[in-house]
Write a protein that binds this ligand. Structure first.
Ligand SMILES: [Cu+2]
Length: 161
């Protein structure tokens, strides 16, 4: 009886720790959130205007498949992202400079989660989506900013034509 109670208390304490950690990570990251207005990489898309869905796989080989995607300027695309690995991965859209600086932050604070519109962070086996409007011709990069992944080559790019 006593040990059951102890276990419940431990579970409650763990849950509290986890939620406090999540709140900290979200709060810590809020200052870096992208504005909803257009940015150098485009902006969050309207799901009703999606013209194309592109499946992207993330694997423990530290690769995105496909790693290069082509879209037309002005196109709103749904990236249907799947983590087929056994560890967490994420897909974050950004300029190379954005990704690099976020990656450096992740190295200092590995618990951080990306929950902005330009990112999806997925546990093993999970799927998620990003709806994004690529409104300027050029290159938009993406990467997995989990510690060690980006530098192992877990990156790709969207050519906006
Ligand atoms: Cu990864």
């Amino acid at each position: 009886m006593k040990s059951t109670l102890l276990r419940i208390t431990q579970a409650a304490a763990l849950a509290l720790t986890l939620s406090a950690g999540a709140a900290y990570a979200a709060g810590d990251h809020a200052g870096h959130a992208m504005p909803a207005a257009s940015t150098p990489i485009g902006k969050p898309g309207d799901a009703a205007r999606v013209t194309r869905t592109i499946d992207v796989d993330m694997s423990d080989a530290m690769r995105f498949t496909p790693a290069s995607i082509e879209v037309k300027a002005g196109e709103t695309v749904r990236l249907n992202v799947r983590n087929s690995g056994k560890i967490r991965h994420e897909l974050v859209l950004g300029t190379d400079a954005d990704l690099k600086s976020h990656y450096d932050m992740m190295m200092k604070d590995p618990g951080m989660r990306h929950e902005e519109a330009n990112a999806v962070s997925l546990e093993a086996g999970k799927s998620g989506q990003i709806v994004w409007r690529f409104d300027k011709a050029g290159k938009v990069s993406f990467g997995c900013l989990e510690p060690g992944h980006y530098t192992a080559g877990m990156k790709g790019s969207v050519s906006v034509l």
